[in-house]
Design a protein around this ligand. Structure first.
Ligand code: MG
Length: 186
């Protein structure tokens, strides 16, 4: 199958430190090693996408505009918006769209595939939780698990470790594995 190779990123505890239901851009803090490595992946020819569950919107705790403001602050701290697109699931569990689009469901990756001509079998999902690893696998991608802070408990963490194609100590290790394993074509 022809198509662009993509890297899909979880946001919270992958690109920025997780703050539950974050709506305040002043609390955005990049995770270690992200700022210097994300541009390398972009420069290697991968299309980068943000894929995030933001159920705080569906729960009525924060607005979509606040999510956008947080994302904009993240882009500013990264030194630019390196992402081809962002795919947010605002639904809380049980709400419409949650079934198909809330990670670990693969719906948002299928949307990115259809809208941007992505070859999912040549693409990777990077995240810190079992639901990230499963989302990537459910879409036919490879999955990379980041080992640092996570909201997952011990059992989910162990399941995620067993399922992931690669378990990375940090974002730099994930970057090296991706660059070594996948040859980017655009
Ligand atoms: Mg996360």
């Amino acid at each position: 199958m022809n198509g662009s190779r993509a890297i899909f990123f979880d946001r919270d505890d992958t690109l920025i430190k997780n703050v539950p239901y974050l709506g305040d851009p002043s609390r955005v803090v990049l995770m270690p090693r992200v700022r210097e490595n994300l541009p390398r992946l972009s420069a290697a020819g991968f299309a980068l996408f943000l894929v995030s569950n933001q159920s705080g919107v569906g729960r009525g705790f924060i607005t979509k505009a606040q999510v956008d403001a947080v994302n904009d602050e993240m882009f500013r701290q990264l030194g630019g918006n390196f992402f081809t697109g962002d795919y947010m699931c605002y639904a809380a569990p049980g709400q419409p769209d949650a079934a198909g689009e809330r990670k670990p469901a693969p719906g948002l990756l299928f949307k990115a595939r259809d809208e941007h001509g992505i070859d999912l079998t040549a693409s990777v999902f990077v995240g810190d939780r079992l639901s990230d690893v499963q989302c990537g696998l459910n879409a036919g991608c490879r999955s990379v698990l980041l080992l640092h802070d996570t909201e997952d408990g011990v059992a989910d963490r162990e399941r995620a470790r067993g399922l992931a194609h690669f378990v990375a100590e940090d974002f730099a290790a994930a970057t090296e594995w991706i660059l070594r394993t996948l040859t980017a074509t655009v």
